[in-house]
Design a protein around this ligand. Structure first.
Ligand code: ZN
Ligand code: ZN
Length: 217
């Protein structure tokens, strides 16, 4: 499967991923993008090498009290890591890292309607952030919204456009507190995305805000 990816991960996200410092929900989106993107996989390789080199050049020093527990805490933090496997692709639209979280293929997803024709399925990860599959029917808009924190959206099928750009299969959109947008799925094919947030989205319209209370989007 080859993609013409235009929108990539930032250095900050790749470094955070390499260091095992990000929530599991973000790791899943990043690992899935990396499994599709040669460019980000190569950049990750250089961050991993850099991290290893830093460890190698630190001179041995006497252990300070608490060093052992600090080290154990660092190792525990790495339990969040999801390797960017590049196992043989099946015909599934779900790349290898995602398959452990979604049992089966697109037809097996237990979609829940969240209003406006949009459906989602929350995936099970640690509670510091959330990640969901989103299905936006062709031509349909997700209500205009801002963000309390960071939102990573990876396109798995189809494409969407918003006020900022166009995002197609393999592209990742990084929205922050300053981003306000109304993503609209392109005509022709339902848009399937994998989206992680570290805070609930903030919808601007009154009706979506009420809906938000019920759907938790
Ligand atoms: Zn990339
Ligand atoms: Zn958004």
């Amino acid at each position: 499967m080859s993609y013409h990816i235009k929108h990539h991960l930032t250095d900050d996200l790749l470094m955070g991923y390499s260091a095992g410092a990000l929530p599991e929900a973000f790791n899943l989106v990043i690992a899935t993008h990396i499994s599709l993107c040669d460019e980000c996989r190569a950049r990750l390789g250089s961050f991993d090498a850099l991290g290893g080199a830093v460890v190698d050049t630190v001179a041995p020093a006497p252990m300070s009290p608490g060093a052992l527990s600090a080290t154990l805490a660092m190792i525990a933090a790495h339990d969040n890591e999801i390797p960017p496997q590049t196992a043989p692709q099946t015909s599934s639209i779900f790349p290898a890292p995602l398959q452990a979280y979604v049992a089966g293929d697109l037809d097996d997803v237990a979609w829940r309607k969240v209003g406006g024709g949009v459906s989602q399925m929350l995936l099970n990860t640690s509670k510091d952030a959330t990640v969901r599959l989103l299905k936006i029917p062709a031509g349909v808009a997700v209500p205009d919204h801002g963000h309390h924190g960071t939102e990573l959206t990876l396109v798995l099928q189809g494409a969407f456009v918003d006020e900022h750009d166009r995002f197609a299969q393999g592209d990742i959109e990084i929205a922050t507190k300053d981003t306000h947008h109304t993503p609209v799925a392109e005509e022709g094919m339902d848009c399937i995305c994998l989206a992680a947030t570290d805070a609930p989205l903030q919808f601007t319209g009154i009706i979506p805000r009420i809906a938000q209370r019920f759907t938790g989007i």
